[in-house]
Design a protein around this ligand. Structure first.
Ligand SMILES: [Zn+2]
Length: 486
């Protein structure tokens, strides 16, 4: 048995914070309160620290040990790729298990890959990078024929049957496709009792010719089909129109639809350079210029429209960082704050893989070798959210922070994922996925220029009762991560 003695224990399920001991045994929390000494127990004094359920990231494209370790230092215990998903799901889970995982992991069924099978005859191998390259292909972006739609719906259904955690829908990358396709996806989610996780289509402010406003598409489909629908990174797809989009989601929730939303605390996004919305003729709609875009692997800041066109043609899957809100502008910063503070908005990172020169994308070395490139949200989303929303602005209490980072994300999946029913809260019977953090020191350190600096202030991190971080140091022998499946 392990006893964490005397910390401030935050349980987001009940909204309580109390100084208490937490006892852990066999991967579960067995007691919270005043736990007597036990000669066979290991006791760790956590006085002055905050103890809560480990963070559950619904949106992590990190499929590597290196990336998971950065997320562990940020307080995360479960990383799920639900927006993009992977296909085939069996291969995705088998590969992660064979490699070993530091944190719990899981994937949704990939609508994008299923379309690639139906449109392009591709045979995806659960490789997100290959998927990113095809997103710029007009033959992938176009509306499916009836036969193609039937084929990819069937494929998605078999992936769900194989344990995929809902359906990941990269609609924003095929924004001219027939809205009837999205309704079919929603119907499949409803009939299987699962959920959709959507990167929405362009919103009307950015593209008045869009077949349907991206945010309205979600609320309409949720109302019409009754499906659970999750709106990914509302900050990056809404940009300066976030108030309109949040108002729409609010109305939809009040009307009884099962719509959830997530945000991350950065003013820049990250995606493949070949994405539809980065086409030279589309930049103006978002108030972007070529120099708003920086290539991740080379650090190149794009100098001209001609260079942008060239990069999109030669390497459409290459990852870039796109500045869409100016964090130094009070008005833009306030907009970001409103997205994070929106009632029940979930914190999710959209963590991207770490890439070193020469195409290296994973390592068991720790500390990470220098020169790794990614978006800083990979390493810093949670510590940055806590610093900003709890410490600096007082917008959230600790239990509210754990509700946004652990309890609410678990609740999105719990109706169709038994493994999530014992995660996201802190009481006897909960899984021993725990974070112990310093309330004064928790902070992100990753920057756009140095994005792999781990967060500080996570003192201990337990995954399934095993220490991944202890006394602030990562245990490089720990691989306790387990699959989370439907
Ligand atoms: Zn996205």
């Amino acid at each position: 048995m392990l006893i964490l003695r005397g910390g401030l224990v935050a349980d987001p399920r009940t909204g309580t914070e109390q100084v208490a001991d937490v006892a852990v045994s066999d991967g579960s929390v067995v007691a919270v309160g005043s736990v007597p000494d036990d000669p066979s127990a290991e006791v760790i004094d956590v006085t002055g620290l905050v103890v809560g359920p480990g963070f559950i990231d619904l949106h992590s494209h990190v499929h590597s040990i290196a990336g998971q370790r950065l997320q562990a230092m940020d307080g995360v215990t479960t990383t799920l790729d639900l927006e993009a998903g992977l296909l085939p799901i069996e291969l995705a889970y088998a590969r992660a298990a064979a490699d070993g995982r530091v944190l719990h992991y899981g994937f949704s069924a990939s609508w994008g890959d299923a379309r690639a099978v139906a449109h392009l005859g591709m045979a995806p191998e659960a490789d997100l990078e290959a998927s990113l390259s095809m997103l710029g292909d007009p033959a992938w972006q176009r509306t499916s024929s009836a036969a193609e739609r039937h084929a990819w719906l069937e494929l998605l259904e078999s992936e769900l049957a194989a344990g995929a955690l809902g359906i990941g829908v990269l609609m924003g990358y095929a924004p001219r496709s027939d809205p009837a396709e999205f309704l079919d996806v929603a119907r499949l989610a409803a009939s299987t009792g699962t959920a959709t996780f959507t990167h929405v289509r362009e919103i009307v402010e950015a593209d008045p010719t869009t077949p349907v406003d991206g945010a309205e598409e979600i609320t309409r489909a949720a109302a019409e089909t009754g499906a659970r629908m999750h709106h990914c990174h509302v900050n990056s797809t809404s940009r300066r129109h976030v108030d309109r989009v949040l108002g729409l989601l609010d109305g939809s929730r009040s009307a009884g639809s099962d719509v959830t939303v997530e945000a991350y605390p950065y003013g820049a996004g990250s995606t493949a350079i070949g994405a539809f919305f980065l086409a030279p003729e589309r930049l103006g709609a978002w108030g972007l210029v070529p120099s708003s875009i920086t290539m991740v692997s080379t650090g190149e800041r794009i100098a001209s429209l001609a260079r942008l066109t060239e990069l999109r043609a030669t390497d459409p899957g290459a990852v870039c960082v796109v500045l869409f809100l100016d964090e130094d502008s009070p008005a833009d910063n306030a907009m970001l704050q409103r997205a994070l503070a929106f009632p029940d908005a979930i914190v999710a990172s959209d963590a991207m893989r770490v890439e070193w020169p020469g195409g290296v994308v994973d390592t068991r070395e720790w500390p990470l070798p220098p020169g790794g490139q990614t978006h800083p949200r990979t390493a810093g989303t949670y510590a940055r959210s806590l610093r900003r929303m709890v410490r600096e602005t007082g917008a959230w209490t600790w239990s509210e922070a754990f509700r946004r980072c652990a309890y609410l994300p678990a609740q999105v999946l719990a109706p169709f994922t038994p493994a999530m029913r014992t995660k996201g809260y802190l009481a006897p019977g909960a899984d021993a996925d725990l974070v112990v953090l310093s309330p004064d020191q928790i902070t992100d350190r990753a920057t756009y220029l140095d994005p792999t600096r781990p967060s500080t202030g996570v003192v201990h991190l337990l995954v399934d009762g095993t220490f991944v971080v202890r006394d602030g140091a990562l245990d490089t022998t720990a691989y306790p991560g387990r699959p989370v499946r439907r």
